[in-house]
Each structure stands twice: as structure tokens, then as C-alpha cells.
Design a binder for this molecule. Structure first.
Ligand code: NOJ
Length: 565
């Protein structure tokens, strides 16, 4: 297996600054970020560079058969809603047959649909309807592990000489009879599970019901490549690749270094540094192979889930000669300190670290992360929405954030997330982000005719699509307005980025291409004066204001279009 070329850490693309004269009237002495270039135009970009992705968590989007769990027919029926937001693609979290130990991230058959969600015909109908409405469809590809109910694993565990034994990672006990090494599972405890049938341990980076595949085995590569082909041939537009950075582990499984700062309340995942159990050099050739396959089908997209610091994250773009995934997910906004200095630094450092042809991307919510409105409060979540949808790069929205769903209390008897159930009391539960969509104020919020698998958010009677639709002051209409602006202004979807001001609670940057837009965000609850940016038109304010005169109201974000530029 070939190791990748030198990891990428190039400075950003050759900047093409706007004429100096045109920068003067901004009058802000603190132009912090180098002007970043973008040569993309609507004609030369791919759909996913100018596009916006919307994540659907199918269990919680729309139930069509009254079992309290969302399904594909439900998603199909709601495609008009998704299209009405103004997004370009839908990413569906896993829909494959699964015992649902990790709600679909434990796949028992990669080439079928779980009966709970429908069948292949329902998927084909969804795909065809989505395409007819101009929406792309991305599936979730889960290469690191399968369910232990997958026939491959059943065979593998049946005997040491089974032909599929080496498809998974098996090892003998340590001399003391314990697990082969000190690797810890992200879901708590050792990442090794003893299997009495053959007296060996198998590896699982996540639940013990999710056995890690051995990607060093060429048959695994071939079988999983066939999975990708199966769905590409069916017409899917790409994949979000689950925990891509986990797929390879160091040979001979050396102990991971201990994290000296670990405290038990952090969960066992952080007990060791995952030096040998993840992010191995071999992953880059695998990414390159996935990429070559995807590109062979035309304009398809691969988004890699990679939770690593920026320098390592950048290596997943690959090299010019051997490109990796198109978009290594950039999760930094999920837990960024919410102050202008930190955000400004984070944005400029990320931009500066991108490889020459690396396209940025941003995420502000997911089925794994706390709700942004829960974290920041509703008014500041509006500012966060403006940030997400005006930064340079492909944004991914998570269902329900467009309604401003905030903190949700899950009663103890309704907790379903295995991560929470296995490490109780640490606040690791992901259920609050997975509660059902609220469509209207009917019983069960129009999500289902039956009690949903997770409770609805507390204020669903008021906070639902029907209640917000058409109300210009609502979060939903703010998202629609932001997405409309993004579509109308190439400066927002494809243009260059420059940071103008990042101090205290005020973050100001500009995006420019055919026109020039200034985005000024007040991250705090005090009124803030901002510099005079010359003649401008207010395009949108998160507060609904229709006038602007260099003063940001508390928790207000504005998009200004500079005139005479
Ligand atoms: C990341 C997924 O987003 C998460 O929900 C899942 O538990 C793990 N990968 C394991 O597949």
C-alpha cells in the first residue's frame, strides 16, 4: 500500500486582491485577514461548491406508516419542503438494514434498505423525485465497521480459519488475559470485545455491536468498493463517509499514549490519544481510491467525516496528484468559543491552511452535536445562521436548526442513545439533537400518527414548520432569506473572503466577486457601533430591521451590499 505524499499545508490560493482603491472606503484600520481568492464562477464550479447540503436524520424526519419512526416515504413526501428551503442536496443518515444498536451506523447489509425505512423501490422513488425537484441525494457510507449481525461478521467469528476471519480485526488476549491493548472505544470501555467462540478479541472503535473491518484485506476493499458502485449505479450523487479517519489502525496494535489530562467525566474516548488506532497514513490511498471511483461517475461528491485538528484535517484533501475526499468535514463551528476574536482566528487559519484546490466547508449542527440554538440561545442562533450561510465554502445544515429547536430534555426513561446509556451522567447524550421534526401543531406535530420514538421538543406546538412558514420574523424564513441571498449573490456562494474586524463581540468580514458584501455580526447582547463602510444597502438583518446606520442591535447580524463598487 502506498503512503501519501507529504501532508498538505500550503498557504492558501494565490490571492487576487480587489483593487486597493476599492478597499480604502472601508475605513477600518483592522483589516485582519488576507484577502482570499476564489476564481470559481457559476459556470466553472461544481454543484457542491456553490451548493448547500441539508442533513436529514431519517428516523426523525417524517413517519408515513404510523410506527413512530421516520421513513423514506416520509422524506419523499417532504421533498417540496426541503426544496423550498433553497438547498441543493439532501444527505440521509444510514437507511440500510440494521439492528439499530447505533441507529443505523451498525450496518447489516450495505445494499438494501431497512424495512423500518422502506425498501429499495421506496429509495428509488425518493431519488427520482428528488432529482426531478433539482435536489441531489447523498447517502451515508459506513466503512469503518459493520454490525456484528452482518453476515460477514457472523462468518468471521464462526472459526479462526473461516475465509472471512481476516475481514475483521482479531487479536489474542494480553498476557494478563485482558484486552490486547489499551485502546478505548468512543462509546466507553475497551475497544476490544472477547469472543468465546474462538477465544480471541475483536476490535470495535464504537459499540461492541459495531465490529471494525480490516481494510488491509483486499477482499474487504473489493466488497466495499462494490457497495459504492451499487449506489452510484443507482444514481446517488455522493456519500458522507462515516469516521473515515478511523479505517486504518497501526499494524501490531501498539498501545496508545495515555492522555495525562484525562478526567473520567470526559468519557473514556479521551483517556488515550488515538495515535495508533486512527489517522494512519494508509487512509490517504484509500480516500484517493474512493475519490477516483466517485470521479469516474461524473460530478459526485464525497464528504469525509474526520474529527481532527486542522493540519491533519487538511491532509484528507489529498494532493494534486492524488486527491482525497472533496470535502473533509470542518466541524470547528460546533464548539468554537463564541467570541469574535476566536471565530476570526479560526476562520482565517482554516482558510490559510486549505490546499490550493481545497474547497472549504462549514457545519453548525448534526445528529451528534448539541443544537446550536440550545447552545447560543435563539437570537444568537440567528446570527450563527447568518455566519454559516455567508462564510466561504459549502455549508451543511441539520434538520430542525432552521426552526431554531433548542435544548430538549429527554426524560430518563426515554433515553435511546447508546452513547448516553453506556456512559450515563456525562452529558454525552445525542438524543436531544435527534428529536422528530415538528411540521404543525396537530398531535405528534404531524411527524407521525403514533407516539414518536423520541419525544418532541418542548415548544413544538409553537415551534413548527406551519407556525413559522410565511412569518418573516421566524427562524425558518430567516434561513430561506439567507439561502435566497446566497443563491442570488455569487459573492456569497463562490466569492472571496476577507476578515475586516474581529474583536470583542463584533465580527465583520466581506465576500466579493461580482458584487461586494459586508457581513457584520454582533455576537453579544450590547449595542455595537461598526465602522462606516461607505454607501451600502442593507440586504438582510437577523432582527428584521429594514434600516441600518452603522449600529448593530444586540444579537444582530447584517448583510450589507456595498454600492458603487
Ligand atoms: C459517526 C456518526 O455520526 C455517529 O452517529 C456514529 O455513532 C459513529 N460515527 C459511529 O458510526
Amino acid at each position: 500500500m502506498q503512503t501519501p505524499a507529504v501532508p498538505l499545508q500550503h498557504p492558501y490560493n494565490t490571492p487576487t486582491e480587489p483593487p486597493v482603491a476599492s478597499r480604502q472606503p472601508f475605513g477600518d484600520p483592522s483589516v485582519l485577514g488576507a484577502m482570499e481568492s476564489s476564481t470559481k464562477t457559476a459556470k466553472t464550479c461544481t454543484w457542491w461548491e456553490s451548493g448547500v447540503i441539508y442533513q436529514v436524520y431519517p428516523r426523525s424526519f417524517q413517519d408515513s406508516n404510523g410506527d413512530g419512526v421516520g421513513d423514506l416515504e416520509g422524506v419523499r413526501k417532504r421533498l417540496d419542503y426541503i426544496a423550498s428551503l433553497g438547498v441543493d442536496a439532501v444527505w440521509l443518515s444510514p437507511i440500510y438494514p440494521s439492528p439499530m444498536a447505533d441507529f443505523g451506523y451498525d450496518v447489516a447489509d450495505y445494499c438494501d434498505i431497512d424495512p423500518m425505512f422502506g425498501e429499495l423501490a421506496a429509495f428509488d422513488a425518493l431519488l427520482a423525485d428528488a432529482h426531478a425537484k433539482g435536489l441531489k441525494v447523498l447517502l451515508d457510507f459506513v466503512p469503518n465497521h459493520t454490525s456484528i449481525e452482518h453476515p460477514w461478521f457472523r462468518e468471521s467469528r464462526s472459526s479462526r480459519d473461516n475465509p472471512k476471519r481476516d475481514w475483521y480485526i482479531w487479536a489474542n488476549a494480553a498476557p494478563d488475559g485482558g484486552p490486547p491493548n489499551n485502546w478505548t472505544s468512543d462509546m466507553g470501555g475497551s475497544s476490544w470485545e472477547f469472543d468465546p467462540t474462538t477465544n480471541q478479541f475483536y476490535l470495535h472503535a464504537f459499540l461492541k455491536e459495531q465490529a471494525d473491518l480490516n481494510w488491509r484485506n483486499p477482499q474487504v476493499r473489493e466488497a466495499m468498493t462494490n457497495v459504492l458502485k451499487f449506489w452510484f449505479d443507482r444514481g446517488v450523487d455522493g456519500f458522507r463517509i462515516d469516521v473515515l479517519w478511523h479505517c486504518f489502525k497501526a499494524e501490531n496494535y501498539p498501545d496508545n499514549p495515555l492522555n495525562p489530562d484525562w478526567i473520567s467525566t470526559q468519557g473514556e474516548k479521551l483517556k488515550v490519544f488515538q495515535k495508533h488506532s486512527a489517522d494512519q497514513p494508509e487512509i490517504h490511498q484509500l480516500s484517493a481510491d474512493f475519490r477516483a471511483l466517485a470521479d469516474g461517475y461524473g460530478e459526485r461528491l464525497l464528504v469525509g467525516e474526520i474529527c481532527l485538528p486542522v493540519p491533519q484535517l487538511m491532509t484528507y484533501y489529498g494532493t494534486e496528484a492524488s486527491p482525497g475526499v472533496h470535502l473533509p468535514f470542518n466541524f470547528q463551528l460546533l464548539d468554537a468559543p463564541w467570541n469574535a476574536e476566536a471565530l476570526g482566528k479560526m476562520i482565517t487559519e482554516y482558510e490559510a491552511a486549505l490546499p490550493p484546490s481545497g474547497w472549504p466547508n462549514w457545519v453548525i449542527g448534526s445528529h451528534d452535536a448539541p443544537r446550536i440554538a440550545g447552545r447560543l440561545g435563539e437570537t444568537q442562533a440567528r446570527v450563527a445562521a447568518m455566519l454559516l450561510l455567508t462564510l466561504r465554502g459549502t455549508p451543511t445544515l441539520y434538520q430542525g436548526d432552521e426552526l431554531g429547536i433548542g435544548k430538549v430534555d429527554i426524560p430518563p426513561d426515554r433515553v435511546r442513545d447508546p452513547q448516553d446509556l453506556r456512559q450515563p451522567g456525562l452529558g454525552l447524550g445525542r438524543d436531544p439533537s435527534r428529536t422528530p421534526m415538528a411540521w404543525d401543531s396537530c398531535r405528534f406535530a404531524g411527524f407521525s400518527a403514533a407516539e414518536p420514538w423520541l419525544p418532541l421538543h418542548g415548544d413544538w406546538g409553537m415551534r413548527n414548520v406551519a407556525a413559522q412558514q410565511g412569518d418573516p420574523a421566524s427562524m425558518l424564513e430567516l434561513y430561506r432569506a439567507l439561502l435566497k441571498l446566497r443563491r442570488e449573490h455569487e459573492a456569497l456562494s463562490l466569492g472571496s473572503f476577507a476578515l475586516l474586524h474581529a474583536a470583542g463581540d463584533v465580527l465583520i468580514y466581506e465576500r466579493y466577486q461580482k458584487d461586494r458584501l459586508v457581513i457584520a455580526l454582533n455576537l453579544g447582547a450590547e449595542v455595537q457601533n461598526i465602522p462606516d463602510y461607505g454607501a451600502t444597502t442593507l440586504l438582510l438583518a437577523t432582527t428584521g430591521a429594514s434600516m441600518f446606520s452603522n449600529t448593530l442591535a444586540p444579537n444582530e447580524g447584517v448583510i450589507l451590499q456595498r454600492l458603487n463598487y
